[in-house]
Design a protein. Structure first.
Length: 77
């Protein structure tokens, strides 16, 4: 299995739930086998990470992992 196939297979297994609010963006660079996550709630970035195994694990878990440490910024008053 190529790195691209591994990442695509992982992305394909992420279940789509009911309508959800977009809280972040997961960027996957297939050409260079890199990934990063940008959270729209707190504005922080995770990654980038590189390497097939690391990217596959990152794609699989980053949204859950980040949620545990996401501290949304207070809206300006
Ligand atoms: Zn966050």
């Amino acid at each position: 299995m190529t790195a691209q196939q591994a990442v695509t297979a992982t992305l394909g297994r992420i279940p789509d739930g009911p309508a959800t609010t977009v809280t972040g963006a997961l960027f996957v660079d297939m050409a260079n086998i890199r990934a990063r996550y940008e959270c729209l709630r707190c504005g922080r970035r995770e990654g980038p990470v590189s390497g097939t195994d690391v990217v596959v694990a990152f794609v699989r878990s980053i949204r859950t992992d980040h949620h545990t440490r996401c501290l949304p910024q207070e809206p300006p008053s």
